[in-house]
Design a binder for this molecule. Structure first.
Ligand SMILES: [Zn+2]
Length: 134
């Protein structure tokens, strides 16, 4: 699925750029940039639970002492309410595809949260294509 492949796409785009430094941009590179930029500007379909007005724009990952962590829709907020997410051993990240880049073991849970946040749960390839096209 496309979201799981996101960090691969970013890596691949970097590789293409390296290889083609002096030449003009290829079609594949343009296409990848387009996919990635779409993932940066999408609005979530889930409302912030604090103000119940604006769509969520931030999510947090809460780490426990047993080096465990939790990611949940409960720990999301819009930009005006994100201070509510602040707590010890917690990182707050923008709800953007680029946030996936620096995650490793947390990625699976975060991707699942993103799917829910952007209304992508259960979508097949065609649905995902429309998501990126609109
Ligand atoms: Zn809010």
């Amino acid at each position: 699925m496309m979201l799981e492949d996101y960090s691969f796409l970013v890596w691949y785009l970097g590789r293409i750029r390296e290889l083609k430094k002096s030449s003009s941009q290829g079609r594949l590179e343009k296409h990848l940039e387009w996919i990635i930029s779409k993932g940066e500007t999408r609005t979530a379909v889930v409302s912030c639970r604090f103000c119940q007005e604006r769509p969520i724009e931030y999510f947090s990952i809460r780490y426990s002492y047993a080096s465990d962590f939790s990611v949940s829709m409960h720990y999301t907020a819009c930009k005006d309410c994100k201070h509510n997410l602040r707590e010890n051993n917690t990182i707050i990240l923008p709800l953007k595809f680029s946030s996936l880049k620096n995650l490793k073991r947390e990625k699976k849970e975060v991707v699942s949260l993103f799917k829910e946040a952007f209304g992508l749960k259960g979508l097949r390839k065609e649905g995902l294509f429309r998501f990126f096209k609109s």
